[in-house]
Ligand binder design. Sequence first.
Ligand SMILES: *Cc1c(COP(=O)(O)O)cnc(C)c1O
Length: 234
Amino acid sequence: MTVLQERYREVSDRIGKLVLQAGRKPHSVSLIAVSKTFPSDGIREVYAAGQRDFGENYIQEWYGKTEELADLPDIVWHVIGDVQSNKTKFVAERAHWVHTVCRLKTARRLSEQRPSSMPPLQVCIEVNIGGEAVKHGVAPEEAVALAVEVAKLPNIVVRGLMCVAKANSSETELKTQFQTMQKLLADLNAAGVKADVLSMGMSDDMPAAIECGATHVRIGSAIFGKRGRLECVQ
Ligand SMILES: *Cc1c(COP(=O)(O)O)cnc(C)c1O
């Protein structure tokens, strides 16, 4: 086993344990391996160990990887970074998921540009749960209304909500944020949008997220190692 494959196994095992500790059903949390800034070879290694879901932030970098990895037909691409208007076409044509929808305009473009030969694009609405100016995402009180509008678009299916917790939060603060997400998901269902995904939890805050109902954790550095360049400021 390579170092990456070992770390991948460790992370998978850890998720399994945290799910049990939280009294949740086995396999109720999916791992998205966040490969941003790491080369395609690393993705191949982790893929060979059994992982299929990969997350990428930077559209241009990701698009190059979709070309390099075109021989892996069952890889599932999750876009987890900001999608600027001029990049929606790439995303609509190659992504399986977009976790970071926070504008109706972007969602409209994604829906219009989604090829009819492909299944609907699965999206999450990104919520700026910590209210930080530097973060993307819609304000918590606007999330349900936006999701309801996005859900009306023909080539998109709203799967749920996504957040990045506020930087340097204490354990208590993390739980407050993740519990608010849980409540927003319930509100969204009450508003008539059947959605079951909570995309939350990263290498450093995964335990709290799993305890608070995360269904998808996005794990980068715990698998691929520390990132040098292009550090994410999302
Ligand atoms: C980079 C990134 C991750 C992974 O973060 P780690 O701390 O490396 O696990 C998850 N989600 C988003 C949106 C990211 O940008």
